[in-house]
Design a protein around this ligand. Structure first.
Ligand SMILES: [Zn+2]
Length: 114
C-alpha cells in the first residue's frame, strides 16, 4: 500500500520550516479488530470508529502496520522502525500518519499487540 504513493513518500527530511497547517485531530480507539502476521509485517485492522480529521475532512482508520527500518529518513538517517496508520476518506483518498520509532525502554502499548 505504501509503495503505491506517487507524490511524496518516502521523504528524507533535511530541513524544516514554520508553516500554517490545519491541525491533525486524532480519534483512535484503543483496540484493533484483528491482528495479522502476513509474513511481511504485523498489521492491525480496524473496523469503524477510529478516525482522524484534518482540514475538515474525515479519514477512517483502516489499519496500522510497521516497517523495519523506517521508510522515511531525517537528515539522511533512518530509524529502527516506523508505524503507518492508514486512513481513507469517503472519496477513497488515503491519509497515512507515519510514526518514527527510536530504540529505548519497552513500550507498554506493544506488549498488548498479540
Ligand atoms: Zn507502510
Amino acid at each position: 500500500m505504501c509503495s503505491a504513493g506517487a507524490q511524496q513518500s518516502p521523504l528524507d527530511i533535511g530541513e524544516t520550516m514554520k508553516s500554517q497547517m490545519p491541525p491533525l485531530n486524532i480519534a483512535w480507539g484503543k483496540t484493533a479488530d484483528t491482528i495479522v502476521n502476513n509474513g511481511h509485517t504485523i498489521q492491525l485492522n480496524f473496523a469503524t470508529g477510529s478516525h482522524i480529521t484534518v482540514g475538515g475532512e474525515k479519514y477512517e482508520l483502516l489499519q496500522v502496520h510497521f516497517h523495519r527500518p523506517s521508510e522515511h529518513l531525517i537528515g539522511g538517517k533512518n530509524f529502527p522502525m516506523e508505524a503507518h496508520f492508514v486512513h481513507r476518506n469517503a472519496a477513497g483518498s488515503l491519509a497515512v500518519v507515519g510514526v518514527l520509532m527510536a530504540t529505548g525502554k519497552p513500550n507498554a502499548a506493544f506488549s498488548k499487540v498479540s
